[in-house]
Design a protein around this ligand. Structure first.
Ligand code: CP
Length: 316
């Protein structure tokens, strides 16, 4: 079993229930991972993913090895048949096979480069490891998805939902740097699995996500209208998907403010973090009692622990 996409979840509500059980007794399966090793490979920086996934593995009694390819590993070649006379020193064929000798599960973070849409959509790093590793693969944020984050988001919403049918809004917000679409994509895919929630995506015109991901999810270009009666506001920046990787809008009117939150049904505020304060969201909102960003980050441990637990139960 791999966990590379939200589509690897066979029953979201059951997974959320299972994760909440783990949260109550995180050390219950302390022996499950004994003598098993998680290898965590980072091609990009991380705070939450690195620490929460490591904590999840430790809760299961696993050993953990972390390697930063940004400055520690050999530069890898991913093209089959490449004449390796440029910068790359090692082919993914050997690297993935060798890492599989040391690890029982390999978790990978490899962001979109945002220069070449086709290359990013091909998920070169993740698919290279899936092809040549001989052990299960976990996606710790690839070019197009962040399924550990979205599972944590689903857990967090389950904990904070009120009794009536919930309205959830994914809102784009401005950011000074071009960011990938991965978090937004997985959030959309996770929301499409929710059966008792109304979901709206709001962003400036032109900032549509990949239509193959949004499918028939509702899009509302008027942010104020989208916020009306919302129960959850999930803020995230992403760079332009059509004009790939470009920042074509930085309108501060899209920042989530206390005034905008007043349009909602006393909504909870969510963000995956790290967040740029007073760009994505004002201090007033993120510091308010309706902000559940820290609980979201806490739930990253139980999202990762559920995934590792499911994989370990399949590992021979
Ligand atoms: N939300 C998230 O993935 O955080 P990090 O980039 O710090 O891991």
């Amino acid at each position: 079993m791999n966990y590379t996409s939200i589509n690897d979840i066979d029953n979201l509500s059951q997974w959320v229930k299972d994760a909440l059980k783990i949260k109550k007794k995180p050390l219950k399966n302390k022996k499950l991972g004994k003598n098993k090793t998680l290898g965590m490979l980072f091609f990009n920086p991380s705070l939450r993913t690195r620490l929460s996934t490591q904590k999840a593995a430790l809760n299961l009694g696993m050993n953990v090895m972390v390697m930063n390819f940004t400055n520690e590993g050999w530069t890898l070649e991913f093209e089959d048949g490449a004449i390796m006379n440029k910068g790359a020193s090692e082919h993914i064929k050997e690297a993935a096979a060798v890492i599989s000798q040391y690890c029982d599960i390999i978790a990978i973070r490899a962001f979109a480069g945002l220069a070449d849409k086709e290359k990013d959509n091909a998920e070169t790093v993740l698919t290279g490891f899936q092809k040549y590793a001989t052990v299960p693969i976990v996606n710790m944020e690839g070019c197009t998805g962040h399924p550990l984050q979205s599972l944590a988001d689903a857990i967090t919403m389950e904990e904070h939902k009120t009794k009536h049918r919930q309205k959830v809004v994914l809102t784009w917000a401005p950011h000074p740097r071009a960011l990938p679409q991965a978090v937004a994509n997985s959030f959309v895919e996770m929301m499409q699995l929710q059966t008792e929630m109304d979901f709206v995506i709001t962003h400036p015109e032109g900032y549509e996500l990949n239509p193959e991901i949004t499918k028939d999810s509702k899009i509302e270009y008027d942010q104020n209208k989208a916020f009306e009666n919302a129960d959850f506001i999930y803020a995230k920046n992403w760079s332009n998907y059509k004009e790939y990787g470009q920042i074509t809008n930085s309108d501060p009117n899209w920042t989530v403010s206390a005034e905008k939150m007043k349009l909602t049904n006393n909504a909870k505020f969510m963000h995956c973090l790290p967040v740029r304060r007073n760009m994505i969201v004002t201090d007033e909102v993120i510091d308010s009692e309706n902000s559940i960003v820290i609980e979201q980050a806490n739930n990253r441990t139980y999202s990762a622990q559920l995934v590792l637990q499911k994989i370990l139960k399949n590992v021979k």
